[in-house]
Design a protein. Structure first.
Length: 94
């Protein structure tokens, strides 16, 4: 039996990059700590675990896709480039 769920909108500190599957491990090893550094620098508080959002991924190790590392946050602050603050949309799923 399926259960319908609604995922509430979230405010996230985001870091976006274009890369391939072969590059993802090395990239995340360096990028994730910078997300936590920006949290600390800006005075933002985490509001949940880090999320990894993929756009245009197809399983081919050579396809370039967009990865957004999104840290849900409480509050608002000015962040330094390349970071952005984004609000996610409400998401309905089964």
């Amino acid at each position: 039996m399926y259960e319908e769920r609604t995922i509430a909108e979230k405010r996230c500190l985001c870091l976006e990059s274009k890369l391939t599957l072969t590059e993802i491990a090395a990239y995340c090893e360096k990028a994730v700590p910078t997300v936590y550094e920006e949290l600390s620098r800006s005075g933002l508080q985490p509001a949940g675990p880090v999320e990894f959002i993929y756009y245009g991924i197809d399983g081919n190790p050579n396809t370039v896709f967009t990865l957004v590392i999104a840290q849900p946050i409480m509050g608002n602050a000015e962040v330094q480039s390349p970071f952005t603050i984004r609000n996610s949309e409400i998401f309905h799923c089964l």
